[in-house]
Design a protein around this ligand. Sequence first.
Ligand code: LLP
Length: 415
Amino acid sequence: MNHFAYKRGALFAEDVPLAEIANAVGTPTYVYSTATLTRHVKVMQQAFGHTPHLVCYSVKANSNLAILRLLHEAGCGFDIVSGGELARVRVAARADTSRVVFAGVGKTADEMAQALDAGILLFNVESEEELLLLDKVAREKGVRAPFGIRVNPHVDARTHRHIATGLKTSKFGVPFEEARALYQRSRRLKGLWARGLDCHIGSQLTDSAPIRAALARVAGLYRALVAQGFALQYLDIGGGLGITYKEETPPSPAEYARVVVEATRGTGATLVLEPGRVVVGNAGVLLTRVLYRKKTPTRSFVIVDAGMNDLIRPALYEAHHEVRPVRRHSRGRTGRVDVVGPICESTDVLAKDRVLAPVRPGDLLAILSAGAYGMSMASNYNSRRRPAEVLVNGDAWRVIRQRELYEDLWRGETP
Ligand code: LLP
C-alpha cells in the first residue's frame, strides 16, 4: 500500500498535488511519502512481532539523509556496504551506529577501522582474506571485531539474473561448506569475536520457496556452530523481499515473517533483517515533464526530461516501472508509446511499449515505484545534474536534496 493516489483527476502524494511540487521545484524530481515509509517499517516490525529481531534498513536502496533520519526515528538500524554509507548513517542517526551491520565483498582496511571506531554491531565477512584483515585491523586497535560469515547457501532465488546473489557462481559470501572451517580458524585470531551468521540470496524476491530453502540450511549451520561452542547471537537473513512493480505478487511481510520464523525456529537467535526495496520502493515516484512527441514509421516516442542517468533500472535490468499522468484527462484515444529520456544512448528508455493517454509537451508524468535504487543509482552521465528530492508529510512537503548546480558537476576538477 502507498499514498500516491488520484483525487479529482490529479495525482497526489498524501495531501499534496504532485503538480504543485513540480511547479515549485522543477523536474525531474523524486518525491517520497513519509506515511508510506513509516507504514512499511511498522508492518515489517509488527510482522516479526514477538520474535527477537532488528530491522536494519539497507542504505543502498535510498540513502538520502532525511529518509535515514526518518527510519532511525522509526526504530531501524542500518545495513551498510561502504565507508560512505557509514558516514551518512552517522549524520542521519546522530552518531548512533550501534545497530549497523556492514556487508560487502570489498571492504578496505580504512573502512574496517572506521566501522570499528563507530562500534558497529556486526561485520558480515565475505572471504577468508577479509577475515584475516579484519582480525589484523582490530588487533592494531586493541579491540575484537564482532563478525558473522556471510554464507552462500546455493539456492536459486528466481529473480532477475543481475540481482540474484545466492548462486554457486556468485561473488558473494563464502561457500556454504567452507564456513565452519572459517569459524574454527577465527578461534585462534585474537581480533575477532564470532557473533553471528549471515546470508542474502538476492533482491526482488517474489517467491517464498527459495527463502525457506536458504534459511533452513543457514539455520542448521547456526545451530551446529552454537553446539560447537560459538556464542552467536545474530542470524542475519539479509533483505530481498520483493514489491509489486507491475503484476508481481510477492509474499506479504506477514507471510515472509511466517516463513522466516518457522525456518529459523530453535536457533534462539536475534534475527537481523536488511530490507531495502520493500521499505522505500513504493514510497517514491520520479516526476518528469514531457518535452516532445515524435513519431517514426515504426514507433511513437514520448520524450521526457528524466533519463537513464536519473533512473537506470529500466536500462540496466529491463525493469518495469508504471507511468501515470499527473493530471488525468480525456484527449482522445490512448496509444502505444515508448517513454524515453534525453540521454545519447539507445537504452535510455524509461518505459517501453506502454498504453498511455495522449500527452502534450509540458504535461507531467509520474514514474512509479522509484523510491528504491532510483536516486541512489543516479549519475551525472551526459553532464546532467541529478534530480532534486522532496519528502511529503501530510499536506506539507520539503526539499530534502536540492537539484545539483552546474558547479557541482565539476567540483574537484582542475581545468
Ligand atoms: N542486504 C544485502 C547484503 C544486499 O546486498 C542487499 C541488496 C540488501 C540487503 C537489500 O535488498 P532489498 O531488500 O532492497 O532487495 N539495484 C538493484 C538491486 C540490487 C540489490 C543489491 N543488494 C535494483 O535496482 O533492482
